[in-house]
Design a protein around this ligand. Structure first.
Ligand SMILES: NC(=O)c1ccc[n+]([C@@H]2O[C@H](COP(=O)([O-])OP(=O)(O)OC[C@H]3O[C@@H](n4cnc5c(N)ncnc54)[C@H](OP(=O)(O)O)[C@@H]3O)[C@@H](O)[C@H]2O)c1
Length: 336
């Protein structure tokens, strides 16, 4: 197995000056890679030089991944302080005290005594069953409210106060929601996860987050070609099949997936690509250490944005909502 020295991986500086690697490994098996396959990839990725792992309770594999972390620490492959480990509270655990319980469970499953990053996975308490199809709706779903979100965030802040979580994160937010909640946060988010790839660049949200001193983390950075069926529609555009990306990939002699990652990292994002294949996750880590895209190539990709959201989140819609665009406040106000 190739080893890429973590010292060669570009670092990103958080608001307090702490440095984190610009690339980590995603761990969502997208309803097809089971816990064993994903934790096997995590074990390989640690040996390959990955130092950041994006986990979440809802991915259903934290126990298996925890066994891999413990073995890696016990065998001296890596020390806890060298790794950056993320988890997220799922939508059914936003209630009073539940965030603390959820974090305790993730810490237990991952066999850790602290997390580097803990995220509110989605900004509403709307639950869907794992593996559900795209038409599934929960009649108990509700629109976002500032009050409910802040009551969840207060619990996140407590976790930070207790020393269980180093940095807090939000995910799947919009500018109107951030405008409403950021001024109310006692502890502001250090990072925000959002869907980002060449076909969905979200320039306004990206620039807004950067201007607030928060680090954007791009999920689905390759365009999530193997995402669950519920997240696929006939209008979706595959980033790896965009002619601009394919042409640049040909010129660099790499897979289009690698061009997506180079573009993201050079833009200033942190990325968390998923792969269970050693050849692919090695290429993904290696690519940020060599052969950067030119300014002209970066500009070609910037202009190729298709504004095509893949993870629409329609399974979180509440009774009375019109369609998935309601989740994303497209008219510039919080949709109720
Ligand atoms: N906060 C949120 O709400 C949220 C939402 C979605 C995702 N996420 C996080 O973001 C991570 C990444 O998103 P994602 O997994 O949906 O999509 P992704 O990273 O864009 O795409 C992953 C897919 O790309 C393929 N791939 C990876 N590297 C490749 C390479 N070098 N060449 C060719 N194919 C390659 C993988 O297939 P192989 O396995 O066959 O290589 C895998 O199926 C997730 O795992 C999760 O941790 C967070």
């Amino acid at each position: 197995m190739a080893f890429i020295d973590p010292k060669l991986v570009p670092q990103i500086t958080l608001y307090d000056g702490a440095k984190i690697p610009c690339i980590g490994m995603g761990t969502f098996g997208s309803d097809h890679a089971d816990g064993e396959a994903v934790s096997g990839a995590v074990a390989g990725a640690i040996r390959c030089g990955y130092r950041l792992f994006d986990c979440a309770a809802v991915y259903g594999n934290e126990k298996e991944i925890g066994q891999v972390f413990k073995a890696a620490f016990d065998e001296g492959v890596v020390a806890r302080e060298e790794l950056f480990i993320t988890s997220k509270v799922w939508n059914d655990m936003h209630g009073k005290g539940d965030v603390l319980l959820s974090c305790a469970q993730s810490l237990k499953d991952l066999q850790l005594d602290y997390l580097d990053f803990y995220f509110v996975h989605w900004p509403f308490p709307n639950y869907h069953a794992p593996g559900c199809d795209g038409d599934s709706r929960n009649p108990d779903s509700k629109p976002f409210t500032v009050e409910e979100f802040m009551s969840t965030w207060r619990q996140m802040e407590r976790l930070h106060d207790m020393g269980l979580v180093k940095y807090l994160g939000m995910s799947n937010m919009t500018i109107p929601k951030l405008e409403a909640v950021l001024p109310l946060c006692r502890i502001r988010p250090a990072v925000i996860e959002m869907e980002l790839h060449p076909a969905f660049q979200q320039p306004e949200l990206y620039d807004y987050v950067v201007a607030k001193g928060i680090q954007p983390i791009g999920f689905c950075p390759i365009g999530s070609p193997n995402r669950p069926e519920r997240d696929k529609t006939s209008e979706d555009i595959a980033a790896t099949e965009m002619p601009e990306i394919m042409e640049i990939a040909k010129n660099h002699g790499v897979h289009p997936a690698v061009v997506c990652l180079k573009w993201a990292v050079q833009r200033g994002e942190m990325v968390i690509p998923f792969s269970v294949k050693e050849r692919n996750y090695t290429a993904n880590l290696q690519c940020v250490t060599e052969d950067p895209l030119t300014d002209a190539e970066m500009e070609i990709i910037r202009r190729a944005d298709k504004n095509c959201r893949l993870i629409k989140g329609q399974v979180f819609l509440w009774p009375g909502a019109t369609d998935w665009r309601d989740l994303w406040d497209e008219d510039g106000t919080i949709t109720k």
